[in-house]
Design a protein around this ligand. Sequence first.
Ligand code: GUN
Ligand code: FE
Length: 461
Amino acid sequence: MAPSVEKTIYVGPFVHSKSLAELEICTKGAIGVDKKGVIAFVERDDVEGVSKKDGWENAKVVEVTDNGFFFPGFIDTHIHASQYPNAGIFGKSTLLDWLNTYTFPLESSLSDLPRATTVYTRAVARTLSHGTTTAAYYATVHVPATNLLADICLAKGQRALIGRVCMNSTLSPPYYRDASVLDAITASRECIAHCRRIDPSGELVTPIITPRFAPSCTEECLHALGKLQQETGAYAQTHISENKPEVALVKELFPGNKSYADVYDQAGLLNAKMILAHAVHLTAEEKELVAARQAKISHCPASNTALTSGCAPVRDLLDRGITVGLGTDVSGGFSPSILEMARQAVWVSRHVAMHDGDHAKLSVEEVLYLATRGGAKVVGLEEKVGAFEVGMEWDAQMVALESVPEGGERHEDGFVEGVDVFGWEAWEDRVAKWLFGGDDRSTVAVWVRGRLVHSTGRYRG
Ligand code: GUN
Ligand code: FE
């Protein structure tokens, strides 16, 4: 049972996606959220009248400050909480040497619980401060540390899918691998049981089965994890076709399979509850297979650029009807911010467009959809989060923009938010300015299921 929250009316402009191509911008809104954190009404006309609504006379009122607006909380569909200390550290490496040089040593070190506590506490706090209300996490192979991540998310109030990483192949370093298939399955079961014990309703924290990627797992292990998914009904996540040497390696390791996607398909893992990260180099046939199986894709633009993996063909994936969300992929990606990923998705789509034509370009509306509703679909929460509709839960952020005073001098309290608004911009332009110029300073408050989970000094609640 969720602890109840104070019945609240959120008053002010709100912005959310109606569809991939269309944002709704309501410049004068009022959204009523009940004690369960569920949206009871969305008022677009008679805002003054809401406090007289039956049963809402004594509700708390939270008003947008400055030039702000309410926006749905972001969904990070792919993030390695365990790699957060390495954000920004990748040198000139590419995927396979990056894993061995930077990633496995760090992840391995989280066998130390005090260290894991520090890393996970900060990673969760940071993602919340950037407006991420739901995250699909990779932890490490360690059961106690993975369970700790689940505890931290529950305590801080973030929605989370918690993945204990499976990697039993001898390609993984001897100091950091599952000793056997049985070990990988047993440990996964323990983490699934822990998540289900601490949050029996699965409202906030749920387990996610996590084969690291095909080169890290034997065929037997992948099949066993496919069976485990069938048995438990849990979500699954992995990496696919991120860089070319990796694709070649999979071909060599799995000579009996038609393709990289086929490796997961044969293991029973390519299904509507599978989140595939990257998908940069899929063949047309593989994309057809992914679409047919309704598997989801996490687009990780910052990581794909940092590790020079490639430019994911997002427009093509969308045109094929594949569900796409955004992932920070910390620490392949350098930032825990989904707003940053939305920006990066715009840039990457421009680079694709330079070769393939303008159709590839993603708009402001489209990347904000991927950051919210698209991501919600990826993690199976599209009925609950990602937009402001009656019956959905209040997973939201309050965005504040800096209003430039006449004369242009600083406010007495200095520059607070990153985005200057002069007052004459159209609302669409304010949203675009936030996308391209905003950061965590612009996010002054964050709620999950109606619970305030982060706020800055700027928030007057
Ligand atoms: N492929 C296998 N493991 C990883 C990882 O930790 N990060 C990324 N970006 N790709 C991977
Ligand atoms: Fe990753």
